[in-house]
Ligand binder design. Structure first.
Ligand code: NAD
Ligand code: UDP
Length: 318
């Protein structure tokens, strides 16, 4: 259907979640009309409370596993629970969300000739044999484990995106997202950044799994969203998959120390067993994103943590 407005009509699935709410905010600032779609499984209206009265913002309660008929120019497909606690709650629904959700959104993109972005994940690399992982690495994924509903669901979604491009010439953009943090993360999703901050603010013990020498790289949400927008607006020939994440690596001990300093907490670390299959190291290779999108993360861990701590402080006091 013809768009009589000069503004781009953008659908964000999973728009009331952590990343979706930041993306909604950013695209409204850029002057786009937003349809924010969510079934509120892990997302909340609180995340988008400040946007609800914006004239260019529309909230829609819908589950992506069911067909959707709207007229749009661009689709960001983010709907899917992202942390193990959430995606293992109903694993069959998690796979349906990734696979049926992708089919429905790709079908919508085909009918409306919309450009479509997929929020894929570093988990498509599984338990990788090479570090850091370039996009050309095919991964090492267990197809029948308890994480498979997420990992294989996201892998199948990538397959669907590339088959829709080959078969129907769709304009696709696939981002492989690495650990991201920031305000509006879930306080109870078990991720290390939210766990440590909540524990520090409550002066409770900081739970270090293993000896705390395993490393991770954390990307601040604003940097990631800039990467999303650059990828969406890149040349038609750029489809991804492209890694988006921050390559600066820290041990969990260093992370705990930083959070204790920034919160002024009296918490002390306690050591707990390392979960099964916990990777020693995870770091994105962002050579491709630098080259094709001119993108590098800018926010330091310290600055990003300050913003995140301020958010959780308010949440816990509120
Ligand atoms: P989130 O849980 O905060 O957001 C996901 C949103 O999708 C929620 O609002 C949830 O209610 C919604 N949703 C779930 N199932 C749905 C369904 N069937 N229909 C409609 N809405 C549904 O998680 P997030 O961190 O914002 O992640 C967003 C996307 O980015 C996900 O696809 C995730 O896999 C991907 N990702 C995130 C990270 C990260 O570090 N945050 C890393 C890799 C990939
Ligand atoms: N971790 C920890 N304490 C916690 C939560 C996590 O030491 O309270 C560790 C976990 O074992 C892992 C790292 O922090 O080595 C990152 O965990 P997270 O679940 O945030 O992300 P992922 O393992 O998916 O990268």
């Amino acid at each position: 259907m013809k768009n009589y407005s000069h503004r781009s009509r953008t659908l964000i699935t999973g728009g009331a979640g952590f990343l979706g709410s930041h993306l909604s905010e950013r695209l409204l600032k850029d002057g786009q009309d937003i349809i924010c779609l969510d079934n509120f499984f892990t997302g909340t209206k609180d995340n988008i409370a400040s946007l609800l009265n914006h004239p260019q913002f529309e909230l829609m309660r819908h589950d992506v596993t069911f067909p959707l008929y709207v007229e749009v120019d661009e689709i960001y497909n983010l709907a899917c629970p992202a942390s193990p606690i959430h995606y293992q709650f109903d694993p069959v629904q998690t796979t349906k969300t990734s696979v049926h959700g992708a089919i429905n959104m790709l079908g919508l993109a085909k009918r409306t000739k919309a450009k479509i972005f997929q929020a894929s994940t570093s988990e498509v690399y599984g338990d990788p044999e090479i570090h850091p992982q370039p996009e050309s690495y095919w991964g090492k994924v267990n197809p029948i484990g308890t994480r498979s509903c997420y990992d294989e669901g996201k892998r199948c979604a990538e397959t669907l995106f590339f088959d829709y491009r080959r078969q129907h010439n769709l304009s696709i953009k696939v981002a492989r997202i690495f650990n991201t943090y920031g305000p509006r993360m879930h306080p109870n999703d078990g991720r290390v950044v939210s766990n440590f901050i909540v524990q520090a603010l409550r002066n409770e013990p900081i739970t270090l799994y293993g000896d705390g020498t395993q490393t991770r790289s954390f990307c601040y949400v604003d940097d990631l969203i800039e990467g999303f927008v650059r990828l969406m607006h890149s040349d038609e020939a750029i489809t991804g998959p492209v890694n988006l994440g921050n390559p600066s690596e820290f041990t969990m001990l260093e992370l705990a120390e930083k959070i204790l300093n920034l919160t002024g907490s009296k918490s002390k670390p306690i050591y707990k067993p390392l979960p099964q299959d916990d990777p020693r190291q995870r770091q994105p290779d962002i050579t491709l994103a630098k080259k094709e999108l001119g993108w590098t993360p800018k926010v330091s861990l310290e600055d990003g943590l300050k913003e995140t701590i301020a958010y959780f402080r308010k949440l816990l006091n509120g």
